[in-house]
Design a protein around this ligand. Structure first.
Ligand code: AGP
Length: 368
């Protein structure tokens, strides 16, 4: 009951919601993993296996952080189900008279279920005969009522304007959807088992990250006086970088840019100097060496680097490193996001911002 929802002893709703993520992720997973066949059960999709197999593409729409979680979702669907997938801001999609394709599954993401641009995009899709499912937190909300089926996050009320627990739960919901689609396509039982085991590990791994609490505060205080920060990541790390930059901008008002690490040399490398630190998302995946090369390029221009990854780099490539527990490479983005939420939170507190109600923003944008 949102009426009885208080900060529960935390200084801000935001810190409470960040800290709740072991439980909220567990709730998104609850009852949805089949231990025997390494599949997910998502009854709310209202889709039989034949229909599940029939989609040739997946198009994901949402606004702001919902859109960035959709980018993580697109990557998961492509990797696990090998179905072409991409994400687009719902606010753009609805205005560009998109081609609505009967072989595409449309996925609308919304924590509140009331975001007007996302709702209008869903209505336009339905008008043109598109098949739309929702990933929504607020039960019975406008978007939840409009879609043909979907997945509820069960993350509980999210009060703070900046989305945190809904973001991670959305990524988890996408992993379940990707598993569902993957197991009717080519995802092997062994890979299904690997992903199921990885999903089950997430709550305790989030707990481990949260235990490093003071470290995030120290680092945030160290970097918060910079007027601007760069966030970089490659492929799975890129939406994480975008979300990290978004969180920092929203609640601390520090300017932040997010770029794919590979794009730095095509322009933004010109910005790098000792005054512009970079937060680099460096998972231990097949792109590790490429990411470490990028760190070298930044350091060679005098840029400070705060690396978020799975181990300390061997060479002196980062000024500071946040190490998070390793999961399966496909699921790593979920865990890599959490330190960025905490950095933004502590930066906002250090700068005495109105953490839960940042200026100029509303929790849900119900107007055009
Ligand atoms: C997230 O921190 C933002 N406040 C914002 O981008 C938000 O994610 C967006 O407005 C979408 O909201 P929704 O999930 O309720 O549709």
């Amino acid at each position: 009951d949102a009426g009885h929802y208080d900060t529960g002893g935390y200084e801000h709703y935001l810190l409470k919601e960040i800290s709740e993520q072991p439980e909220t992720v567990a709730r998104t997973l609850s009852g949805r993993i089949d231990e025997r066949f390494h599949v997910s059960h998502l009854g709310g999709l209202n889709m039989d296996p034949r229909e599940t197999r029939s989609f040739r593409r997946v198009k994901i729409i949402g606004c702001g952080s919902a859109y960035y979680s959709g980018q993580i979702g697109a990557q998961l669907i492509e990797e696990l189900a090998r179905i072409p997938a991409d994400a687009e801001p719902a606010s753009e999609f609805r205005y560009r008279n998109p081609v609505v394709d009967p072989d595409t599954l449309y996925v609308a993401i919304s924590q509140s279920g009331e975001t007007y641009d996302t709702l209008a995009a869903v209505q336009e899709l339905k008008r043109k005969g598109g098949r739309v499912i929702g990933i929504v937190n607020a039960v019975g909300s406008a978007i939840a009522r409009e879609v043909d089926g979907g997945v509820y996050l069960h993350a509980g009320p999210e009060v703070s304007v900046a989305s945190t627990k809904a973001f991670t739960s959305t990524a988890v919901a996408f992993a379940l959807i990707a598993l569902h689609f993957g197991r009717v396509h080519d995802l092997s039982p062994a890979d299904g088992r690997r992903i199921c085991a990885g999903l089950r590990k997430l709550p305790e791994q989030i707990e481990e990250i949260l235990k490093q609490g003071d470290r995030f505060k120290e680092l945030a205080e160290k970097y918060a006086h910079h007027p601007s920060m760069m966030f970089v990541g490659r492929v799975r790390g890129y939406p994480v970088a975008r979300e990290g930059a978004q969180k920092l901008k929203e609640i601390s008002y520090i300017h932040a840019e997010a770029y794919p690490a590979s794009e730095l040399k095509h322009g933004p490398l010109a910005l790098i100097n000792p005054e512009l630190p970079t937060v680099a998302i460096v998972p231990d995946d097949e792109l590790l060496d490429k990411n470490l090369t990028t760190l070298g390029e930044i350091r060679a221009r005098g840029g400070k680097v705060l690396m978020v990854g799975h181990r300390e780099p061997e060479a002196d490539l980062a000024d500071d490193v946040i190490v998070v527990p390793k999961n399966e490479i496909e699921l790593d983005p979920i865990l890599l996001t959490i330190p960025l939420q905490l950095l933004a939170y502590h930066a906002a507190v250090a700068l005495e911002r109105d953490v839960d109600k940042p200026r100029n923003l509303a929790k849900s944008v119900t107007v055009e």
